[in-house]
Design a protein around this ligand. Structure first.
Ligand SMILES: NC(=O)CCC(=O)C(=O)O
Length: 297
C-alpha cells in the first residue's frame, strides 16, 4: 500500500530517442473517408521514419454533440471499424500509435476515448477524456460535451516501445494536476489529442502545452484536426505542436492538413531535472497532488 507519506516520483524508464509524428487530419462527415485518411497519414508518417504516430481528437466524426451518438463505436464489444483500422495499420507499419480519440459507446454511456496500440497492433491502453469541455464564452463559443458524454475516471499511463506515455484529451490539458500525476509516475511524454477552438486556441493552446512541459520537465505533444473548410460547425485551431522539457517548441504548424515531425531525446528530461531539481525542491510538507488511483490516505 502506498500512502501520501511515502509519495515519491517513480524512476524514469531508460532514455531513448524517438521520432514522433502528429497527423493533423481534415475531418469530414463521412466516417469511411476519415478512416481512409487516418490510415494514409499513419503510412506516410511511418515512411518518413516516425516510430510514434499521433492522431487528433474525434478524427472519425464532426466535433459536435449531434455526431457523438451517431458515430459512436463499441470498442469493448469488438464493433469498432475505427479501432480495427488503427490496429491493422499500426501492425502493417510497425509504429506505436496514439489513435487520437473517437466517440465510444459502452454500457449505455458515451465517452471521448483514445486508444493506444503497439507495433503489433495490440490495444495497449484506453483513455477516456477525464475533464469534459463545458464552456460558455458569450458571443464567442458555447459547448457542452456533458450533454452527450460521460467523463472517464482516471489517468492513463502506458509503457510503450517509444517511452512511457501519459494520455490526456484536449480539455484535460487545462488541468495541471493530471500532468503532475503523470510526472510522478515517470511519464516521459504527455500526449494530448485535442481540438481547441478559434477563441481559446490562439491564446491558450501553446501556452498550456508549454506550461505542462516546463512545470513537469517532460515532453508534451498535442495533435489537432485541421481547420474545417466549411464555415459552419466547430472550427479547430489546428497548430499541432511538440514541446520539450525546457518549454521549447520543437515543431509546430498552421491550420491546414499536415504532419508535424520531431525527434525527441528523453535524455533531455534528465538533463533539465539535474540542472533544476524541482522535484527534490517541492515542499511536500506543505502541499501535494494526490493520485487517488494509486495512493491511499
Ligand atoms: N475539445 C475540447 O476539449 C476543446 C477545448 C478547448 O477548446 C479549450 O479551450 O479548452
Amino acid at each position: 500500500m502506498i500512502t501520501k507519506a511515502t509519495m515519491h516520483y517513480a524512476p524514469l524508464p531508460q532514455a531513448k530517442q524517438v521520432r514522433i509524428a502528429l497527423c493533423q487530419l481534415l475531418t469530414s462527415a463521412d466516417k469511411n473517408e476519415n478512416i481512409a485518411s487516418a490510415v494514409a497519414a499513419v503510412k506516410r508518417a511511418a515512411s518518413n521514419g516516425a516510430k510514434l504516430v499521433v492522431l487528433p481528437e474525434m478524427w472519425h466524426c464532426p466535433y459536435s454533440n449531434d455526431s457523438f451518438p451517431t458515430y459512436a463505436e463499441d470498442i469493448d464489444g469488438g464493433d469498432s471499424p475505427s479501432v480495427s483500422a488503427l490496429s491493422k495499420v499500426a501492425k502493417e507499419t510497425g509504429v506505436t500509435l496514439v489513435g487520437g480519440s473517437i466517440s465510444e459507446r459502452s454500457q449505455g454511456s458515451l465517452y471521448n476515448t483514445c486508444c493506444v496500440f503497439d507495433k503489433e497492433g495490440r490495444l495497449l491502453a484506453k483513455h477516456r477524456k477525464t475533464h469534459l469541455f463545458d464552456i460558455d464564452i458569450p458571443g464567442k463559443i458555447t459547448f457542452k460535451e456533458s450533454l452527450t458524454l460521460t467523463p472517464g475516471q482516471g489517468p492513463t499511463v502506458v509503457d510503450t516501445e517509444e517511452g512511457r506515455l501519459g494520455i490526456g484529451i484536449c480539455y484535460d490539458l487545462r488541468f495541471p494536476e493530471l500532468a503532475q500525476i503523470y510526472a510522478q509516475r515517470g511519464v516521459q511524454l504527455i500526449v494530448y489529442p485535442g481540438a481547441f477552438n478559434m477563441t481559446t486556441g490562439p491564446v491558450h493552446w501553446e501556452l498550456l502545452q508549454r506550461a505542462r512541459a516546463v512545470d513537469n520537465q517532460l515532453f508534451v505533444a498535442a495533435c489537432s484536426p485541421a481547420r474545417s473548410l466549411s464555415l459552419e460547425g466547430y472550427q479547430a485551431w489546428g497548430h499541432s505542436t511538440v514541446v520539450g522539457p525546457f518549454a521549447e517548441v520543437l515543431a509546430t504548424t498552421e491550420h491546414h492538413p499536415d504532419i508535424v515531425y520531431a525527434d525527441l531525446d528523453y535524455n533531455q528530461i534528465v538533463e533539465r531535472r539535474t540542472n533544476m531539481p524541482l522535484i527534490q525542491q517541492k515542499r511536500n510538507d506543505i502541499y501535494s497532488v494526490v493520485d487517488h488511483s494509486v495512493y491511499t490516505e
